[in-house]
Design a protein around this ligand. Structure first.
Ligand code: GDP
Ligand code: MG
Length: 171
């Protein structure tokens, strides 16, 4: 039997955007309110995507690494989830520079990527419009999802991870 493909996915974004909450939501379908924000973890997860069993190795970065650590994570990964918090404009403004750095590190490879605007349940304190996220994703030529790690209606958290796996497998 053919060995199931393995993809290495790294989750990036400013500290506090909800990277750990999203990863745990994806893996357990549960929401856990507090994680140690300094913790970096990797998880293995198998999923059936388009009739193929894919093994994901997921790196949940802490979001406060120095430049060398960041570069190491970028070299390690095959695909990347870049997360911002829709209630934190600063986290959105960090996306484009992060992506440029990623391109630089992976050059000349084209980098499989998805953009996630998290905390969509906090619409009343939103600082970043949905159209802005869509526009940025279009500029980066990647898929875009607005999600909530705590109110995951429609399952868009899993959809974002699965789409990233497809994107990696297409390359
Ligand atoms: P990380 O530093 O990016 O890993 O962020 P965490 O996953 O530790 O989350 C930071 C804070 O945001 C925690 O207090 C979480 O409970 C909260 N949080 C994460 N995702 C969501 C979400 O979708 N909605 C809301 N309302 N809070 C969230
Ligand atoms: Mg975290």
């Amino acid at each position: 039997m053919a060995k199931s493909p393995e993809v290495k996915l790294a989750v990036f974004g400013r500290a506090g955007v909800g990277k750990s909450a999203l990863v745990v939501r994806f893996l357990t379908r549960r929401f856990i309110w507090e994680y140690d924000p300094t913790l970096e973890s990797t998880y293995r997860h198998q999923a059936n995507i388009d009739d193929e069993v894919v093994t994901m190795e997921i790196l949940d970065t802490a979001g406060q690494e120095d430049i060398q650590q960041k570069e190491g994570h970028m070299r390690w990964g095959d695909g990347f989830v870049i997360v911002y918090d829709i209630t934190d404009r600063g986290s959105f403004e960090e996306v484009a520079p992060l992506r440029s750095f990623l391109e630089e590190v992976k050059k000349p490879k084209n980098v499989p990527l998805v953009l996630v605007g998290n905390k969509s349940d906090l619409d009343h304190v939103r600082q970043v419009g949905t159209e802005e996220g869509e526009r940025l994703a279009a500029e980066m030529a990647c898929a875009f999802y607005e999600c909530s790690a705590c109110a995951n209606e429609g399952g868009s958290v899993a959809e974002a991870f699965h789409e990233l796996c497809r994107e990696v497998r297409r390359r």
